[in-house]
Design a protein around this ligand. Structure first.
Ligand SMILES: C[S@@+](CC[C@H](N)C(=O)[O-])C[C@H]1O[C@@H](n2cnc3c(N)ncnc32)[C@H](O)[C@@H]1O
Ligand SMILES: [Zn+2]
Length: 274
């Protein structure tokens, strides 16, 4: 983690901030250490440069989430699937470059501040934003899978700016309220479990001028597509209709200002509502 992450972190147990950093590391990037909460006494470990806000707490995982805990899945996710995922899902030529450009146009990482890639896998979005952010931007990737975060760390060494990685559940993000200028979520809302809880948490993080951009999947319109989605639903992947998804955003206090749909894929930009 970047030492500057302390500016936005809060205690995962009691939400107290600031946390105290205890480490022998001398540099801006901390590899090993502990974050101490002087309010409740909780110690949060930093291991392999990753803040572990989940610790040993038992996590109830669906089949789909369990798959992402496995190292081969983390290794293959971007290499084998992600680069062609939207072309396969939309049935049209939809290169990754186009998705990343759309998300960037909506999120505008050039505005800087604090940008969080939630349920980031290998931190594809955070890495793509890092090329256009001002130098003092704090880039953060969050996932609950160690395997994915390790892959994110390997890949982020090549990113133009450092990315701080945090192991946490999307429904309990250990950051201070109104701290984020931008939050992005690429394809994760479908498998995240409690989507309402995750969206509420994202709303809590948004600064008054903050934006949340989501790429997620919707219910298929064809019978065959819906049959396949019913099978995936057994593994814990949800495919809401566009209407249901928009209701989820509203319930969480997120106000839509742009939305596109290509088949089962939607890209949506929101701001914090009243
Ligand atoms: C579809 S992949 C994400 C892809 C990535 N955002 C991208 O654009 O390449 C879903 C990710 O969400 C993570 N995940 C699933 N449920 C989560 C939860 N409740 N909290 C945090 N991460 C979660 C998984 O570990 C996995 O890495
Ligand atoms: Zn605490």
């Amino acid at each position: 983690m970047q030492r500057r992450l302390l500016e936005v972190l809060q205690c995962p147990t009691c939400a107290y901030a600031p946390l105290q950093l205890v480490t022998d590391d001398l540099f801006a990037e901390v590899e090993q250490g502990t974050l101490h909460c002087e309010h409740c006494g909780r110690q949060t470990a930093i291991r392999e440069g990753i803040v572990d806000a989940l610790g040993d707490a038992p996590v109830a995982l669906t089949g789909a989430q369990l798959t992402n805990y496995l190292s081969p899945a983390a290794w293959g996710y971007e290499r084998l699937w992600r680069w062609q995922s939207l072309s396969l899902l939309t049935g049209e030529h939809f290169p990754l470059r186009r998705e990343l450009r759309l998300v960037q146009a909506l999120l505008e990482p050039e505005r800087g501040g604090v940008l969080i890639d939630v349920a980031c896998s290998a931190a594809l979005y955070a890495r793509s934003w890092s090329a256009s952010t001002p130098p003092d931007t704090l880039l953060i990737g969050v996932d609950h899978s160690w395997a994915m975060l390790r892959e994110a760390r390997r890949r982020s060494f090549e990113a133009p700016r450092p990315i701080s990685l945090v192991r946490a559940a999307a429904q309990a993000l250990p950051f201070q309220a109104a701290s984020a200028t931008g939050v992005g979520m690429g394809g994760s809302l479908n498998e995240i479990g409690d989507a309402d809880g995750a969206l509420r948490e994202i709303r809590r993080l948004l600064a008054p001028d903050g934006r949340f951009v989501s790429m997620n999947l919707l219910q298929a319109s064809s019978g065959r597509g819906r049959a396949l989605q019913r099978v995936l639903a057994e593994g814990g992947v949800a495919f809401p209709t566009l209407e249901t998804f928009n209701q989820q955003l509203e319930r969480a206090g997120l106000q839509r200002w742009a939305q596109w749909r290509w088949g089962v894929v939607a890209i949506t930009a929101t701001v914090a509502g009243d």
